[in-house]
Design a protein around this ligand. Structure first.
Ligand code: KE4
Length: 437
């Protein structure tokens, strides 16, 4: 790290003494790209400033929540107003009803909601609910889709044609993943085979309707409707993990964009406006299986936290504004086009692949198309590493992993987009040097 990052380097040394790996979420440690992470002092709008005073245009956006931009006045005001009345009560508040109502209004398949404190908690609870409602045990998930770190969902493909999941982390007993079946994203025939083998034992299919955790990968035409039909034909529930796509790819999420109804939808990130919030919801006849109405247990001390609810509500109010998504779509298309031109100028045409859905996009250092985990993992890690550090040096903060997305916000203006494209011109040259070595 240059001396432009001396304070971050020292902060990381101190952090490593008391925080595992110096961070509270692994991706932040720069493990995939090398060097030590920049420590953030503040952020405002589309910009983020580290503790050495370096300012960047931010395309991490806290991995999705910051769709308005950082420290937006109306969100800060809502938090400040709520926090003056206390932080947590362990009793119901009206603001929980207001945020739930706003989500129910935005996503037609959701009649009732349960708030939790993270995306992991939302998905973990949704899986339990699907199993409780159907009385079945098998859960189908896609290789490369990430749904948080609940035991049953940290799986990698095991042996055998039936792709039985095996734990992908120590500490997870085989039993915890024995009922998790793995299929490939965008592979409908493969999903059909799994349904043929396990159909009436499948409680649910869990999928990121737009994959965002192996880089951005859109569903192939017919894929989501195909999963919907497979579930309908055998009485399984379709669980859309919209923790990332919810209110990101459209106000009604991916299920609005692709016009496919989910039975259970998980949410997070944007609905908390940057505060810790997750949620899962669906038709009342499904959700009412949850305690206290029904027997499926789920609970949380800080679930529906009033300060977090206020932040989420203020955020969703802005997202309802006319042309919000049209405007952010245009900016995202401009960025993607400029990045693609920069890659071409570096001689990388046909050797990088750009995938974008709305204001989430990824650049893969791999030949197009990238449509599933296998093609995503062909992305050259060393090329990405060179690209990442050149972007950072150019004042552009992107996620330190080739399997993440770039996120735009309403606060990104054309100067921010031009800055990313200018930095990318050098960054793609740095990557090309690696790829041509
Ligand atoms: P959290 O528990 O991190 O709030 O949510 C888990 C989760 C669930 N579902 C989807 C589709 C997600 O993208 C996530 C979390 N996303 C990652 C970004 N790739 C969070 C970043 C991190 O792990 O630090």
């Amino acid at each position: 790290m240059s001396d432009r990052h001396e304070n971050s380097r020292r902060a990381f040394e101190r952090a490593e003494r008391v925080l595992v790996g110096g961070v509270n979420s692994p991706v932040r440690a720069f493990g995939a790209v090398g060097g030590s992470p920049v420590f953030i002092a503040s952020a405002a709008g589309a910009h983020i400033t580290d503790i050495d005073g370096n300012e960047y245009v931010d395309y991490v956006g806290s991995y999705g929540p910051a769709i308005l931009g950082h420290a937006q006045p109306e969100v800060i005001a809502a938090i400040a107003e709520a926090i003056e009345r206390g932080t947590s009560y362990g009793a119901p508040t009206e603001v929980e009803t207001l945020l739930a109502g706003a989500i129910v209004e935005a996503i037609p398949s959701i009649e009732k909601i349960r708030f939790v404190s993270s995306g992991t908690e939302a998905v973990m609870s949704a899986v339990r609910l699907a199993r409780g409602v159907t009385g079945r045990e098998k859960i189908v998930k896609c290789v490369g889709c990430y749904h948080g770190h609940a035991d049953a969902l940290l799986v990698s493909a095991g042996s055998g044609a039936t792709t039985l999941g095996v734990p992908s982390s120590p500490g997870i007993p085989a039993g915890a993943t024995a009922d998790t079946l793995l299929v490939n994203f965008n592979d409908l025939p493969g999903a059909r085979e799994t349904f043929d083998a396990f159909g009436d034992r499948i409680a649910g299919v869990l999928v990121e309707p737009v994959a965002g955790n192996m880089g951005v990968i859109a569903p192939a035409d017919g894929y989501l409707p195909g999963l919907r039909k497979l579930c309908d034909d055998c009485g399984a529930l379709l669980i859309f993990d919209e923790v990332m796509t919810g209110f990101r790819v459209s106000f009604g999420g991916a299920q609005e964009l692709y016009d496919v109804r989910a039975d259970i939808t998980t949410l997070g990130k944007i609905i908390g406006g940057g505060m810790p919030v997750g949620a899962f919801g669906g038709p009342g006849e499904i959700m009412d299986h949850l305690a206290p109405k029904g027997p499926v247990y789920q609970a949380g001390t800080l679930s529906g936290n009033p300060v977090a609810m206020a932040a989420g509500l203020a955020t969703l109010r802005r997202l309802r504004e006319k042309d919000f998504y049209e405007t952010i779509e245009k900016k995202s298309a401009t960025l993607a086009f400029g990045l693609e031109e920069a890659a071409g100028a570096a001689g990388l045409s046909g050797r990088v692949c750009f995938n974008r859905v709305g204001s989430m996009l990824s650049c893969f250092f791999a030949s197009p198309p990238v449509t599933d985990y296998a093609s995503a993992t062909a992305c050259d890690p060393e090329a990405f590493k060179a690209y990442f550090h050149a972007m950072l040096a150019g004042g552009v903060f992107i996620a330190p992993s080739r399997f993440e997305a770039m996120f735009l916000s309403a606060a990104h203006d054309h100067a921010d987009i031009d800055r990313a494209i200018a930095a990318a011109k050098k960054a793609f040259l740095a990557a090309a040097e690696v790829m041509n070595a």
